[in-house]
Design a protein around this ligand. Structure first.
Ligand code: SF4
Length: 116
């Protein structure tokens, strides 16, 4: 049900969402509540990740969560913070690969990113 709440337009909905293992779980397992204690959040995220670990569309879900603007909650077996770390690492790696190429390095990196 959780994914339907995010994108309930049947035209825009992604087909992989029909096979999501989280269909029968409430969104409160995947999303943080107001003033959630750190220890409670850690427990909840671990439980959500267990559901994701059994999910047949985990890869598609993670790709979706990482393909756009910041998405809250657990997606594809990762927390929001974990995806932020992954995003920073990718950004850093792209920056490092452009060093030493002169002014064209940044442009090349940008074009490479556009092609992905
Ligand atoms: S990977 Fe997790 S959040 Fe994504 S569809 Fe599967 S169960 Fe739901």
């Amino acid at each position: 049900m959780r994914l339907l709440l995010i994108n309930d337009d049947p035209v825009r909905r992604h087909q992989w969402q029909d096979r999501a293992a989280c269909h029968d779980f409430g969104s409160e397992l995947f999303f943080e509540s107001d003033n959630e204690l750190r220890v409670v959040r850690a427990r909840r995220e671990q439980a959500a990740k267990k559901v994701c670990a059994m999910c047949p569309v985990r890869r598609e879900c993670l790709r979706f969560a990482e393909s756009g603007p910041e998405v809250f909650g657990v997606w594809g077996g990762t927390t929001q913070r974990e995806r932020a770390v992954r995003r920073r690492r990718r950004k850093r790696a792209r920056g490092a690969s452009g060093r030493g190429r002169g002014a064209g390095g940044a442009a090349l990196n940008r074009r490479t990113a556009e092609l992905r």
